[in-house]
Design a binder for this molecule. Structure first.
Ligand SMILES: Nc1ncnc2c1ncn2[C@@H]1O[C@H](COP(=O)(O)OP(=O)(O)OP(=O)(O)O)[C@@H](O)[C@H]1O
Length: 612
């Protein structure tokens, strides 16, 4: 079995430096603008709660110091008065309650903002994907970008609470530092020295971890794919029948193990270095603690101040550590955020600005001139100088062997790709001059590989013209013409029946039933041009005959293209275009082509013989 090569993170070009992590932080202001736009109220509530909460540690420590000093004072006095002491206890209690409430409010708003932002960004990704060309979506490098943008939603949500927590922690630290500076400034120095190596270590590992995840984007896509084919109802039949479980499970295991080992190596290293630097931090704490004890013994500071200082120092140390590790987590997430913004900002190729309005009705038809085409990233020419005319109101069938280029020609008609050479004219105007959406609106299309949406029957039909989703009349009409009406009648829930088995109460359809439903989409609008790419391949003979009879009657005067391998269907067309290896081999009526001893008559006779 071919296995992808083990990718290490030592590949030079894959490595992301600490500098890159810092650079990616440029995206954070924009990130916050977007979060703010998700919900200004929640955003302000979060920021305000964090701001207030930032002061609670120093207040609690300070009140604690006052309580201890007051106890020691009262114990030494003959006439004791505990009023002040109880006041301090009450204050500490109130601050503790407030801090708890603020903490909950922060968690709540963090969660809600995170959900909103994740929904918003997922929607943006869906919308952006729709703007991209088919060629872009078929490019693997591009697909990786999309994958990184899509899968890192959680990391973006974590980034928000980390970044806001960072601001809170900063304020908290400044207030604690103020206390230390007031009593023992030297403690600050000890603190900084102990924490810096830890920070550098964290920053280094975070960028390495990102590099690893990034360099494994395609493998992760493959893992997802294997997980999908290994555990889903669509592939279950073949997997059981061909006994593919071990093949897929092994392939998954090998690939995931490679990633696991690289990741494990990295985690171990990080953990080892992290422990070492942490010991340094603990040592510094005890060093500072001994120093404070000595100062108390020397009578320079009180016991209350000792608890305040050691409490502050400890808190500061964990705050600083949290600050730095959060910082590295932020810089790591910022790299993913950069991927997301890169994707959202992808420039979309804009064709000429000034658009020619689409003609109200098609008068002359299409003229295809010397069309050449190769798929992006592929040198092989699929179309090699195709020239013909499709007159307005004409029904033309495209015929040819597998891979001859029929569907590709349709894709060029629909402007999914640009021809590498040549042009398609509609009523004498290059189709690229029309607004692409306006242009495509005039087509009613069913693709050979139409998608089976596991939505309701109504939605599946209305997909052909989604603005009419509530229009029962049009949906009924489309269902009637495509024979999907029988499918609707067979369903317990009628049009509201959910299709497929993925969701509760879903009903799976047969191949032919699905095809009828997909065909209904093409009838959902009063299109000028109908394109049917093998629309009846899954239908039984009677259904196929009925479908075409209706099609011919309904599309009188409409321009249409039918691709079919069934010659009983093809012969109903006004003219037939025979493609061979990307070239036009023959073009004419059924009778004309039958007189010609070329591919068409040969294939026709071959099929006819099969039916005898
Ligand atoms: N997205 C794509 N990227 C690269 N090559 C493609 C792509 N789609 C099709 N091809 C190639 O283009 C050639 C023509 O394919 P096309 O789908 O147009 O053939 P077809 O005549 O419709 O065949 P069939 O009768 O089997 O549907 C084939 O060699 C195919 O491998």
């Amino acid at each position: 079995m071919a296995r992808p090569q083990l990718k290490s993170i030592t590949d030079k070009e894959e490595k992301t430096s600490v500098k890159d992590s810092f650079k990616a932080m440029k995206t954070i202001p924009r990130f916050f603008r977007e979060i703010y736009q998700s919900s200004p109220i929640l955003f302000f509530a979060n920021v305000f709660s964090r701001l207030l909460n930032a002061f609670t540690p120093v207040v609690i420590l300070w009140v604690g110091k006052m309580i201890i000093d007051e106890i020691i004072l009262q114990v030494s006095l003959e006439n004791k008065d505990f009023t002040l002491l109880w006041k301090y206890v009450l204050i500490e209690f109130a601050v503790a309650i407030l801090s708890d409430l603020l903490g909950r409010l922060i968690n709540l708003t963090d969660g809600l903002l995170g959900d909103l932002y994740s929904n918003d960004s997922s929607e943006k990704i869906i919308r952006k994907t729709a703007e991209l060309t088919i060629a872009q979506l078929e490019d693997p490098e591009f697909y990786d970008k999309l994958e990184r943008a899509r899968t890192q939603t959680n990391s973006r949500v974590g980034l928000m609470s980390n970044a806001l927590g960072q601001a809170e922690s900063l304020i908290s630290m400044v207030s604690l530092i103020a206390g230390l500076v007031y009593f023992e400034p030297i403690l600050i120095l000890i603190l900084v020295i102990s924490i810096i190596p830890s920070f550098i270590n964290e920053a280094k590992f975070s960028s390495t971890r990102y590099s690893l995840a990034r360099s494994w984007t395609s493998e992760r896509r493959e893992l997802d794919y294997l997980r999908f084919i290994g555990a889903n109802n669509q592939t279950a039949k073949e997997i059981k029948l061909f006994g593919l479980t071990d093949f897929i499970a092994e392939r998954f295991k090998n690939l995931s193990n490679d990633y696991y080992h690289l990741n494990k190596r990295l985690s171990l290293k990080q953990s080892l270095y992290g422990s070492f630097f942490n010991i340094l931090g603990v040592l510094s704490y005890y060093g500072a603690y001994i120093y404070i004890i000595l100062r108390v013994l020397a009578g320079v500071i009180t016991i209350g101040e000792l608890t305040f200082l050691s409490g502050s120092f400890n808190r500061l140390r964990s705050n600083l550590q949290g600050f730095f590790s959060r910082f590295t987590r932020i810089s790591e997430s910022a790299l993913y955020l950069q991927d997301y913004f890169d994707f959202i900002d992808l420039s979309i190729e804009q064709t000429a600005e000034a658009k020619t309005p689409m003609p109200k009705t098609i008068v002359k038809g299409f003229e295809i001139n010397n069309l050449h085409f190769s798929y992006p990233g592929n040198k092989t020419e699929v179309l090699k100088g195709v020239t013909f005319k499709l007159n307005a109101g004409e029904k033309m069938a495209f015929v040819g062997q597998n891979g001859a280029g029929k569907t590709t020609l349709i894709k060029l008609f629909l402007r999914f790709y640009e021809p590498t050479e040549g042009e398609i004219l509609l009523d004498g105007i290059n189709i690229n001059n029309f607004d692409v959406d306006e242009y495509r609106k005039r087509f009613g299309v069913i693709f050979q590989d139409f998608f089976k949406y596991e939505f309701t029957l109504r939605e599946n039909i209305a997909i052909g013209n989604i603005s009419e989703i509530e229009n029962d009349e049009i949906i009924g009409y489309a269902a009637n013409k495509s024979l999907a009406e029988q499918v609707v009648n067979d369903m317990a829930e009628g049009l509201e029946q959910r299709l497929g088995r993925r969701f509760y109460k879903g009903q799976e359809l047969s191949g032919g039933q699905w095809q009828k439903v997909a065909l209904a989409r093409a009838y959902m609008k009063d299109a000028d041009v109908m394109v049917l790419d093998e629309p009846t391949s899954a239908l039984d003979a009677q259904a196929e005959f009925d479908v075409f009879e209706r099609f011919i009657a309904l599309t009188k005067g409409k321009t249409s293209i039918i691709i079919s391998h069934r010659f009983s269907t093809v012969r109903m067309a006004d003219r037939i275009l025979v493609l061979q290896h990307g070239r036009v081999l023959e073009l004419g009526t059924h009778e004309e082509l039958m007189e010609n001893p070329k591919l068409y008559s040969e294939l026709f006779k071959l099929q006819a013989a099969g039916y005898q």
